[in-house]
Ligand binder design. Structure first.
Ligand SMILES: [Zn+2]
Length: 234
């Protein structure tokens, strides 16, 4: 899937305004949630990728001056940093003998794995991240989800919020509702996301608009449109 500037812009304005670092209501970091959907690396991992690709690129045609700087082994300098990166990513000297494309594929895979590992580490103990991860066990870093490209801003936002448990139901924002979590429709049980979307007998008088989690974790855009509509009309 080729991702145009327009799409990236769409994502950024719709859900992923990167100047917003935290979900304002729950105060949880948005990065791990965004990354699973957009596939976009954060600044740290993006910089690592650039460095490692540059190291491959200049190895054969580095100017003498640059080579001198590299060989000098200045502390915290280029060589030390990229050697450390090789170690972190388990990139071997012989990998640098591969062609540009082969090396790029290899390095990208390693960076994406590291990114995934770090994101998952950061998300430990955070129920929103866990929910999103469990719904998508095969999350593939570096890949943008189709729904972000094909759906409207409002639809995509609904799917993203469902996946990351950011729909405005009480149990998604326990700090705000800690004194009273009971369902505003039926009053019989806690107002969890699943209760509102799938179980509440006041909201769902029949089965027609019930939304189970596997529906919003579906990747079929036509299906997701119906799901977004159902969620938005509840
Ligand atoms: Zn209810």
């Amino acid at each position: 899937m080729t991702v145009s500037n327009k799409v990236v812009q769409h994502c950024q304005t719709a859900l992923f305004d990167t100047s917003v670092k935290y979900d304002t209501m729950s105060n949880i970091p948005l990065l791990p949630l965004r990354s699973t959907e957009t596939g976009i690396l954060d600044i740290e991992h993006g910089a690592k990728k650039k460095q490692i690709l540059m190291k491959h690129r200049i190895q054969d045609n580095a100017s003498e001056l640059m080579q001198t700087a590299i060989d000098a082994g200045i502390k915290s300098g280029w060589k030390e940093r990229t050697d450390k990166l090789d170690e972190e990513l388990n990139i071997q000297p012989q990998d640098y003998t591969k062609s540009k494309e082969t090396f790029k594929t290899h390095a990208t895979k390693r960076i994406n794995n590291l990114f995934r590992k770090n994101i998952e580490h950061k998300g430990q103990g955070k129920s929103k991240v866990q929910h999103l991860k469990c719904g998508q066990p095969n999350w593939n870093p570096g890949t943008m989800k189709e729904y972000l490209i094909k759906m409207t801003r409002n639809e995509a936002s609904t799917i993203f919020k469902s996946r990351s448990r950011m729909l405005k139901v009480k149990c998604n924002y326990k700090n705000m509702y800690k004194n009273n979590l009971s369902c505003r429709a039926c009053g019989q049980t806690d107002e969890t996301q699943d209760h509102v979307l799938n179980q509440c007998n006041q909201i769902h008088t029949n089965n027609s608009n019930k939304v189970r989690p596997e529906l919003y974790f579906n990747e079929d855009v036509t299906e997701l449109r119906k799901v977004a509509f159902n969620i938005n009309t509840q």
